[in-house]
Design a protein around this ligand. Structure first.
Ligand SMILES: *[C@@H]1O[C@H](CO)[C@@H](O)[C@H](O)[C@H]1NC(C)=O
Ligand SMILES: *[C@@H]1O[C@H](CO)[C@@H](O)[C@H](O)[C@H]1NC(C)=O
Ligand SMILES: *[C@@H]1O[C@H](CO)[C@@H](O)[C@H](O)[C@H]1NC(C)=O
Ligand SMILES: *[C@@H]1O[C@H](CO)[C@@H](O)[C@H](O)[C@H]1NC(C)=O
Ligand SMILES: *[C@@H]1O[C@H](CO)[C@@H](O)[C@H](O)[C@H]1NC(C)=O
Ligand SMILES: *[C@@H]1O[C@H](CO)[C@@H](O)[C@H](O)[C@H]1NC(C)=O
Ligand SMILES: *[C@@H]1O[C@H](CO)[C@@H](O)[C@H](O)[C@H]1NC(C)=O
Ligand SMILES: *[C@@H]1O[C@H](CO)[C@@H](O)[C@H](O)[C@H]1NC(C)=O
Ligand SMILES: CC(=O)N[C@H]1CO[C@H](CO)[C@@H](O)[C@@H]1O
Length: 481
């Protein structure tokens, strides 16, 4: 019996400690740390840290979240959650609305003190643009819409379109591709071009602001059918070629390639290529070429010049619209004209200042100028003396020349491809050197002459004091001296 009594006491102690820890008699001493954020116009997400055992004072079995809209503080809603949760999302709230929220942790006995109220605004909802309308044509859709309510808050619009139906063709090589276009805040219409006739399209337009996209307005419809018999003589114009590509082959030629239109509605006889220097407004600089194949080599172009190129398809008696333009630059070449305005100025007997302007047709970026000069014009060019200067320099002082001499100069420019022609020869006469008196030498001469005169005077004095016959001799010696 004593043995059994020990067992009973042991079980009782264990049971009591289990009861105390599972059903504590106190509530948590602090609320959990709460953080909130709004991820969509109707949601607020709450995240909190579990309490430490010091604060929970027993097992936390549940949480309670209280919330209310700020403008209806009296109507507080509460949600109870399990004790193992650490996050929760409140749904079906009102957009652009401030809510206040708090949380309390509870043990079996009851809830502890709730946290302070936290305020959180739900994300502003951007409504879909209203009155989305699409005017259909054979290859274009003109999409128009009216601003979303609250449009002053939006940064712009986005428009996406895709073919909504691909079962008419094999879907293996043509998965529907969604194109998205960003448009300005003031945009109210957009023209989609280059579409396939009689094809189902889906167009979406929505506004966006700095953080998010708004709801989209959706249109589904079909581009117009081509009227008349396809390939008939009086059918609609052929579509422009696709994938126009330009490659510069040389400084005067560009190789242009393209592919047949994606949709052949009319038999194409040949193609017309339009070529003009980029940015020109002069119609007489635009040239047209015809090709019956899918490529053309455009020749006789200007070097190092950007050209705008476009191609259109020609059916029988009918020409289609031009494709979008592609821009390609011809390669650089050596300059075709010499530097301009070569000018010479003799600075003194041994140096000449040479200046010039860049060539009119540099055909590339000038990397260097070469200045040649000589005194003998009939010498071959490789025997002239030479100087090189960087392409950004337009004057140089040539030194070490002889005075009173006629010099002949010419200058040429080079691009990375090679050197261009030299300018016409210009000559200059250097002045004779002028000899200037050295002030030290002059002082020395004057001092020397003065010393000489003093000697002569001293000699004369001595000769007058001594005997007369020797005086003439002494005077003579003095002169010799
Ligand atoms: C909390 O526990 C319940 C069952 O007791 C379970 O269904 C739920 O997934 C748990 N939650 C987490 C976050 O562990
Ligand atoms: C597209 O529709 C808008 C609004 O009706 C109009 O202003 C615009 O000129 C149209 N564009 C074309 C190419 O038809
Ligand atoms: C032009 O260049 C391309 C490759 O860049 C070459 O295939 C083509 O034959 C060239 N055409 C001529 C006429 O040189
Ligand atoms: C257009 O280009 C032609 C040929 O280069 C030229 O004679 C004519 O003066 C230019 N016209 C204008 C307005 O630049
Ligand atoms: C191109 O086709 C048109 C008919 O559309 C024809 O008049 C013209 O002569 C053709 N040009 C060439 C170079 O084949
Ligand atoms: C000529 O002028 C240059 C500087 O312009 C100077 O360096 C040079 O010594 C001068 N030569 C003579 C002979 O005065
Ligand atoms: C000028 O150069 C030519 C060819 O080198 C030579 O025949 C001629 O003698 C030279 N004249 C003078 C004055 O040096
Ligand atoms: C430039 O002149 C030097 C002699 O002064 C000569 O050796 C060199 O070949 C010349 N360079 C050219 C490109 O003529
Ligand atoms: C239709 C709509 O959402 N209107 C809202 C525009 O924005 C103001 C202020 O942000 C709200 O009060 C409107 O409810």
């Amino acid at each position: 019996k004593r043995y059994g009594g020990t067992w009973q006491r042991c079980l009782f102690t264990l049971g009591l400690s289990w009861l105390v820890s599972s059903f504590p008699l106190v509530v948590p001493s602090a609320p959990p740390q709460l953080s909130v954020a709004s991820t969509s116009p109707t949601d607020i997400r709450l995240v909190w840290q579990p309490l430490t055992s010091q604060h929970s004072r027993g097992a936390v079995t549940r949480y309670r979240v209280d919330y209310s809209a700020l403008d209806q503080k009296d109507t507080v809603f509460s949600v109870e959650l399990r004790g193992n949760e650490t996050q929760f999302t409140l749904r079906e709230l009102r957009p652009n609305q401030v809510y206040r929220l708090r949380i309390a942790a509870g043990t079996a006995v009851g809830f502890g003190v709730p946290s302070e109220w936290v305020q959180q605004q739900t994300v502003v909802l951007i409504f879909a643009p209203s009155e989305l309308k699409v005017r259909t044509r054979v290859t274009t859709l003109n999409v128009t819409w009216q601003p979303s309510p609250n449009h002053t808050l939006v940064s712009g619009y986005k428009l996406s379109y895709r073919e909504a139906e691909t079962d008419r063709f094999t879907t293996r090589d043509r998965t529907p591709h969604t194109h998205t276009i960003r448009l300005r805040k003031k945009a109210r219409h957009h023209l989609l071009t280059g579409l396939v006739p009689d094809r189902q399209y889906e167009v979406r337009v929505w506004a966006f602001d700095k953080q998010k996209d708004g709801a989209a307005a959706v249109w589904k419809g079909r581009t117009d059918k081509i009227h008349g018999r396809p390939s008939g003589p009086s059918s609609s114009p052929p579509l422009p070629p696709s994938s126009v590509q330009a490659t510069a082959n040389s400084s005067t030629s560009v190789w242009l390639r393209w592919e047949k239109p994606r949709f052949i509605n009319v038999r194409i006889i040949n193609y017309t290529v339009r070529c003009s220097p980029a940015g020109t407004t002069n119609a007489s600089l635009v040239s047209y070429y015809t090709s019956s194949s899918l490529e053309i080599l455009l020749r006789g172009l200007r070097p190092f010049t950007h050209y705008e190129l476009a191609v259109r398809s020609n059916g029988v008696n009918i020409a289609g619209p031009f494709s979008g333009t592609v821009v390609e630059a011809t390669l650089p070449d050596r300059p075709s004209t010499p530097p301009e305005e070569l000018q010479l100025r003799a600075l003194n007997s041994s140096s000449v200042l040479v200046s010039w302007r860049p060539p009119l047709e540099p055909n590339g970026i000038i990397v260097s100028y070469r200045i040649l000069y000589t005194v003998n014009l009939s010498k071959p060019e490789d025997e002239w003396r030479n100087l090189s200067e960087d392409g950004g320099i337009f004057s140089v002082e040539v030194r070490g020349l002889s005075g009173g001499t006629r010099y002949f100069f010419k200058v040429g420019a080079s691009t990375k491809v090679g050197s261009g022609p030299f300018s016409p020869v210009v000559d200059v006469q250097t002045p004779l050197p002028t000899y200037e008196l050295d002030i030290h030498a002059v002082t020395g001469i004057i001092v020397g002459v003065c010393l000489g005169l003093i000697c002569i005077l001293l000699c004369m004095c001595f000769s007058f004091r001594n005997s007369k016959p020797r005086s003439v001799f002494t005077l003579y010696a003095c002169f010799l001296f």
